[in-house]
Design a protein around this ligand. Structure first.
Ligand SMILES: [Zn+2]
Length: 394
């Protein structure tokens, strides 16, 4: 933030103070001084204003054991709903909506099934109904809704709020940001869903102090969000960065939804795994209501010793390992967070994937830590809300 005058300086200091409390949880005044590099009188002045405004409250003395002699410090804590944001993910088959507090707490969540033929106007109607219901039930003063964040699939221009291409929904150039802003009359921001998953992990997740992470989502598609130190989220010159799923892994391989052949997504997505098993085994459809469930059955069969299931998933682990090793070779992140279907989350198959990464990495891939995501199927929803907080108060 460019600091031009005293008011800007104060706003900037408040932002730093809120960031410290979001990242670290409750802190004493002296810890805040150290965290943000301000003098005790400056921190006392800022915290008094935030206490008066109801943004912060003081925890009871003794909430944390003292580390040395003397009285336990009074800790300052952010009120969960001091600032809130609406986070929405438009998934391939579902719409996940929630109101998230500034501390990352879920205040109100709803998931709806989404038809693959849904029109953008119908999705905006459903989001408006959720928003209207939430705001109608708000009680008491002081709840500040900063805006709405939207996580969309495919290519998203986060500057203009336009979903350029969402192949799974058949959408092109949909101005989601403007449509939502017009309908809800609150600020709207839009970005790619997996990029936002990475953002949620950076601010509210297990990897919140890593600042060098790659978030990889493997489910109906394959995507990744890249966060680098000193840069933040990598979007690319034309908003297309992070399309891990459309990197070619097997030339002349199976046809992908993007029109190319042998993309990683065409080899390890839910649909690809299920299809490969059904073709190889000659058996009827795997029993489940949806593809994510079918992948869980497939992984269970591999765990139970089914040689065809094992073969299909070892092959998929090799392909995903090649994709992940390429990321490690290019940017060497500290953490890779794998999220999505049972293939990437089950210890047996996760182990196969990590072994494949090791085989294909130049140097030592064991230095990279592999983690589970913090919010799983709510990850993009939290990330969308996080983007709003980043614009508004953080
Ligand atoms: Zn592709």
């Amino acid at each position: 933030m460019a600091v031009k005058n005293q008011s800007d300086l104060r706003d900037n200091n408040i932002r730093m103070l809120l960031q410290a409390l979001v990242r670290s949880g409750p802190l004493s005044r002296s810890e805040l001084c150290r965290a943000i590099g301000l003098t005790p009188p400056a921190v006392t002045g800022l915290t008094k204003q935030l206490l008066d405004d109801g943004i912060l409250f003081e925890q009871k003395p003794g909430a944390r054991q003292p580390t040395g002699a003397g009285r336990p410090p009074i800790l300052l804590q952010l009120r969960d709903d001091a600032y809130t944001a609406l986070g929405v993910e438009i998934g391939v088959d579902r719409l996940t909506m929630g109101v998230i507090g500034i501390t990352g707490k879920f205040l109100h969540v709803q998931t709806l099934r989404l038809d693959a033929t849904a029109l953008p106007e119908q999705v905006v109607d459903a989001i408006y109904a959720f928003y209207a219901n939430y705001t109608a039930n708000l009680q008491g003063p002081g709840v500040h809704l900063c805006g709405i964040g939207l996580a969309a699939t495919g290519r998203v221009d986060s500057t203009s709020g336009i979903n350029r291409f969402a192949p799974n929904l058949g959408w092109r150039d949909v101005p989601l940001g403007r449509m939502l802003q017009d309908r809800l009359q609150i600020p709207a921001s839009v970005d790619n869903n997996v990029r936002l998953m990475a953002l949620a992990e950076e601010w509210f997740g297990k990897a919140r102090n890593s600042r060098s992470l790659v978030f990889v989502q493997v489910s109906s598609g394959v995507g990744c969000g890249i966060l680098l130190p000193g840069i933040g989220l990598v979007r690319g010159t034309y908003h297309g960065a992070g399309e891990l799923g459309h990197c070619t892994v097997v030339p002349q391989g199976p046809l992908c939804t993007c029109g190319k052949q042998g993309c990683l997504e065409a080899l390890v997505s839910n649909k690809a795994l299920v299809k490969a098993y059904e073709q190889a085994s000659g058996s009827s459809a795997l029993p489940s209501n949806d593809r994510q469930g079918q992948v869980a059955v497939l992984v269970q069969r591999a765990q139970d010793g089914d040689p065809i299931a094992k073969d299909i998933l070892l092959n998929a682990a090799e392909h995903l390992g090649i994709g992940l090793a390429t990321i490690v070779n290019l940017i060497e992140p500290r953490s890779i967070i794998l999220n999505g279907n049972a293939f990437v989350r089950t210890p047996l198959t996760r182990g196969w994937i990590q072994e494949a990464v090791q085989r294909h990495t130049f140097g030592n891939a064991t230095a990279v830590e592999f983690l589970d995501s913090t919010f799983q199927d709510k990850q993009a929803m939290v990330g969308a809300a996080t983007a709003v907080f980043r614009k508004c108060v953080l």
